[in-house]
Design a protein around this ligand. Structure first.
Ligand code: ATP
Ligand code: MG
Length: 761
């Protein structure tokens, strides 16, 4: 349901393309490309690149090519080619007929190599791989010229042709550009252009005995296709000089330009095809589409929606410096999206049987329950049956409950969600002393949320009716790794041994219906997705997509959300959840909000549900810009109000607006804004005073930042030693720790600079 904000946030690539277009560069054309190597499945990082390339092209009236960068015959396959196209489309982008293969350009690329040789810009070199490395020098030492560097043009042409014809052994010769062995940029020290390989290529078979290297093939493929903006990740920054050199020497007119952006990294996530291959090949996961994998195939099977991935790409933006995005950001986007699309139902993962001893065998109660809570504004009901036997979650019962236990225990009372209050009278155990059944009595007067004699029932439990429930396997997924930032070398040792728990449970009938929705929120448990692979085999299996937000228990157990009164016998059939029409007055408010304030439809749908909320939004919009106010109200304020049990009318809209304005001004980060809101709801007052008294303002004081950085380094001597031993990627780790020490208040760019300075010093 989430759609990108109506006015996408500015970023440097968008600005750059806009500027190129404005000055009429490339005749006003915008042509981008997504260039995967077909040697593995796409992952969530690729999703960012796909959204960016296809998104920019669409935005500027251009086109985006899907180009397979298939220049390495030994690792590529048709399976990967097909899978990549499938998931580009699944994400919501269609390359149409703009699907290309670098291997289709092999003949042209070879002609360019001949041109370079003829111009004296390339030569055949007979050094071994190892010698080439050695001759290249180091950061402190210039390289030495190859003894083959001054071969004549004629000899080079003859040898290159021989290489092409398979006359020389693999590894015996390469073609190199003749640039400068003393260039401070390593990539310019006579880079390799062609190598000999006798392997079978999945498209060109044995036609070619030589294959171009990435740097040579990539810039020329871009040129051949008339790409204008060649967007890639930061690790290719040093390749840009070579990219430009090669296109210049190949005499390309109006050449494309390369622009780099920061790749997407996520905490708690392994992200690289090489590592996925190990996970798959060594059997740590069930395959590329295991729902724990951050591959698009795995994410889809887990129940992640393309909308949430596109929203993530938009939210993380496009930066010029690498950073690690907290996976919680993605989980929240996902919940927001599923919240408005997944109907609610009840499922029990670890069933414990409850017998209502005062219920006559065969007697049943029918209860109509909504498929969506009122704030979602979507229609639909389902009918629950309550008979003599039901299942509750085994973890909702404790024989010797700890202090503050709000669920079931001997002698205690709880409410069944949408149902009545039950009391546990007797605990039945098996020969080994395990609890196998609870014998309870039901208080029928308490249907419909009625609490006679002011009786306070602490907990509300989810349940399913034993006679009508359908058996289902619930797969509870957790993070694949047990460290926030898995390290490259020993990530297998950092795997979470409890990343999958398989439960044989039960779901209410509406969830098990064959033609029902695939996404569900199992109440009190999380969002689940019907496993498409198992469903095809006729089995009922649900994958946990993501758990509920913290604080869900309190929400679910609020009596206000308890049941409508029971109706005798079966009532209305379930309405299809596809109907997304809003009630007329909500729809009128939604349309007005979108028209007047240019806010996103997703936010408007949430805000329009209550007149009070819309009023609050209007008031706040007088103080801050509406497109910034809208997501804050829809995503943050709504939840906080519910948590605090406060109607929107009791909160000052201008105070909410002020919080957003402070965020827009850079004074507050997202976490701080949430905190200010919580305190505002708790004790009133105004945001500026709260920020001042709680010290929540963003800090860019260099001394304070240096202090946090120093503390972060001091607290992690092991990582510091690994950094000094050459693991440069740990710089980001220290940035994260220092940000944490500042409770998120420090300016991230300033922290990054301070970490770099501290590590250099
Ligand atoms: P990995 O190193 O993760 O295995 P890759 O870079 O080798 O991936 P390619 O098939 O070469 O995978 O990538 C295709 C495109 O996707 C490239 O333009 C690359 O820059 C981009 N890309 C890869 N990983 C990410 C990421 N984490 N974030 C953003 N873009 C990415
Ligand atoms: Mg790559």
């Amino acid at each position: 349901m989430s759609t990108p904000e109506s006015s996408p946030p500015p970023h440097f690539l968008r600005a750059l393309v806009a500027a190129d277009k404005a000055r009429g560069a490339y005749g006003g054309r915008v042509v981008t490309r997504f260039p995967p190597e077909p040697n593995g499945y796409l992952h969530i990082g690729h999703a960012k690149s796909i959204c960016l390339n296809f998104g920019l092209a669409a935005e500027f009236g251009g086109v985006c090519h899907l180009r397979y960068d298939d220049t390495n015959p030994t690792t590529e396959s048709v399976e990967y080619v097909e899978n990549i196209l499938h998931y580009v489309k699944w994400l919501g982008f269609d390359p149409g007929d703009k699907i290309f293969f670098a291997s289709d350009y092999f003949a042209q690329i070879y002609d360019y190599a001949v041109l370079l040789v003829k111009k004296g810009r390339a030569y055949v070199c007979d050094l071994s791989d190892e010698q080439i490395r050695e001759y290249r020098g180091s950061t402190t030492e210039v390289g030495r010229p190859s003894p083959w560097r001054d071969r004549s043009v004629e000899e080079n042409l003859r040898l290159l042709e021989g290489m092409k014809n398979g006359e020389f052994a693999e590894g015996s010769r390469v073609l190199r550009a003749k640039i400068d062995m003393a260039d401070p940029n390593f990539k310019m020290r006579d880079p390799l252009l062609y190598r000999i390989r006798f392997a079978h290529h999945y498209r060109t078979g044995h036609t070619w005995k030589i294959y171009p290297f990435y740097d040579f093939a990539h810039c020329l493929s871009d040129a051949i296709e008339g790409i204008t903006h060649s967007i890639c990740t930061l690790e290719f920054e040093n390749n840009r000089e070579l990219y430009d050199w090669l296109l210049r020497e190949c005499e390309i007119v109006d050449p494309p330009h390369q622009h780099e952006f920061a790749r997407l990294n996520l905490t708690w996530t392994v992200m690289s095809k090489r590592r996925f291959l190990r996970l798959v090949n060594e059997g740590h996961v069930s395959g590329w589409d295991d729902p724990r994998m951050p591959t698009l195939a795995g994410l889809r099977r887990r129940g992640v929606t393309p909308e949430s991935l596109r929203m993530l790409a938009e939210r993380v933006g496009v930066a010029k410096a690498n950073s690690v995005v907290e996976v919680e950001l993605f989980e929240n986007i996902l919940r927001d999206d599923l919240n408005t699309r997944a109907p609610r139902g009840m499922a029990v993962a670890r069933p414990l049987k409850v017998v209502l001893t005062d219920q006559a065998p065969g007697a049943t109660e029918s209860i109509v329950a909504p498929l969506f809570p009122p704030e979602i504004g979507l229609p639909g009901v389902r009918t629950l049956t309550l008979g003599r036997e039901l299942y509750i979650e085994a973890t909702d019962f404790s024989e010797e409950p700890p202090e503050g236990w709000r669920r079931l225990s001997p002698g205690a009372e709880v409410r069944l969600r949408y149902g009545c209050v039950i009391r546990c009278d007797e605990v039945v155990k098996d020969a080994e002393g395990r609890v196998v059944e609870l014998r309870c009595t039901a208080d029928r007067k308490t249907f419909g949320g009625v609490a006679p004699e002011g009786r306070k029932v602490k907990g509300i439990l989810h349940w399913v009716n034993a006679a009508t429930a359908m058996p289902a396997e619930l797969r509870l997924y957790d993070r694949l790794v047990r460290v926030e930032r898995p390290t490259a070398d020993d990530f297998l040792e950092e795997l979470n041994p409890h990343s999958l728990e398989v439960c044989q449970g039960f779901v209410e009938p509406v969830i098990g219906a064959a033609d029902g929705p695939a996404h569900w929120q199992f109440e009190r448990q999380g969002y689940f997705f019907r496993d498409p692979v198992e469903a095809a085999a006729g089995r009922l299996v649900f994958n946990r997509t993501v758990g509920l937000r913290e604080g869900w228990t309190a929400e679910a157990e609020k009596p206000a959300l308890a049941a409508p009164a029971p109706v005798e016998r079966v009532a209305k059939p379930v309405e299809p959840h596809a109907a997304r029409a809003l009630p007329p007055e909500v729809e009128a408010r939604r349309a007005e909000l979108v028209a007047r304030h240019a806010i996103s439809d997703a936010a408007a749908r949430v805000i329009a549900v209550e007149a009070g909320l819309a009023g609050l939004f209007e008031e706040a919009s007088a103080v801050a810009t509406p497109p910034a106010v809208a997501p804050f109200v829809a995503n943050v304020v709504v939840g906080a109000l519910r948590q605090a049990g406060r109607p929107p009318e009791t909160v000052s809209g201008s105070a909410i607006g002020r919080i957003v304005a402070l965020t827009e001004a850079g004074t507050l980060g997202a976490a701080q804004a949430r905190r200010v809101l919580e305190l505002l709801l708790e004790r009133g007052g105004n945001p500026d005073d709260i920020v001042a008294s709680e010290g929540l303002a963003r800090v860019d004081d260099p001394a304070a930042i240096a202090g946090w950085v120093a503390a972060a380094l001091a607290a992690h001597p092991g990582e510091l030693a690994r950094y000094k031993a050459g693991q440069a990627s740990l710089a980001g780790f220290f940035v994260g720790k220092a940000l944490k020490l500042s409770a998120g208040r420090a300016d991230a760019a300033a922290v990054q600079a301070a970490v770099n300075a501290a590590l250099a010093g």
